[in-house]
Design a protein around this ligand. Structure first.
Ligand code: SF4
Ligand code: SF4
Length: 212
């Protein structure tokens, strides 16, 4: 899931100005992150009204990163979109760019910061799990990703700094190399750690490509 955090309200208000503004949320990741679901869009609508910003309408896209679905849903709100000078999107950067591709005659504003691809641990608690490297090597590491979960992305770890199984960089995180070793030991497979892992071939990463 794409993890987002809503931008500070003051930042949003400053960017939106006096509006008029049309609000857009997303039915998927932003809903699960509580940054741009129905509830958050309605709350934003009320907040903007209290700040004397005219809101022309709102819609929850399904999901915001789906170009054709967005075109179809936004057509249903064409009048309200046309009246707006600002489009505030409470979705990830990807969803916001999809909207900006469709609505070209108003300022499209992203109301969130996109943080990472991660797991929901519990309500409003997320952890990074993948950096989209394009060459998944989880099978070598007992299902734990050292690229995304080790702040030093150590492929041949641990770094030696962990304390009681916690990461030296972020002590609130488990050291992923501690987790890898523990699981491989349970499975009687620690011998596979004797192999030196070669540097990853980052040319396989699609992060900087336009499409696959
Ligand atoms: S090895 Fe690469 S693709 Fe697999 S989880 Fe880690 S970053 Fe993602
Ligand atoms: S303590 Fe573990 S997770 Fe933290 S940087 Fe070192 S190897 Fe990586």
């Amino acid at each position: 899931m794409i993890i987002t955090a809503q931008k500070p309200l003051q930042t949003i208000i400053a960017t939106v100005g006096k509006g008029p503004v049309f609000l857009i949320g997303c039915s998927e990741c932003a809903t699960l992150c509580h940054t741009g679901g129905e509830e958050e869009v309605q709350a934003m609508k009320e907040t903007l009204k209290k700040h004397h910003v005219l809101v022309t309408g709102c819609v929850i896209l399904d999901p915001a990163c789906h170009l054709q679905n967005d075109k179809r849903l936004l057509r249903q709100h064409a009048d309200a979109v046309k009246k707006a000078q600002k489009i505030l999107v409470l979705a990830c950067g990807n969803g916001t760019q999809t909207v900006a591709e469709i609505i070209t005659d108003a300022d499209v504003i992203c109301g969130t910061d996109t943080l990472f691809l991660g797991e929901i641990q519990r309500a409003n608690q997320f952890e990074e799990r993948c950096q989209l490297c394009g060459e998944c090597i989880l099978d070598q590491f007992a299902g734990f990703c050292p690229v995304a979960r080790c702040p030093k992305s150590m492929l041949n770890g641990p770094c030696g700094g962990s304390i009681d199984g916690q990461c030296e960089v972020h002590p609130d995180l488990d050291c992923v190399w501690y987790l890898i070793y523990k699981k491989l030991k349970e499975q009687g497979k620690t011998a596979q750690l004797r192999c030196i892992c070669q540097p990853k071939d980052w040319s396989k990463s699609t992060e900087m490509k336009r499409s696959i």
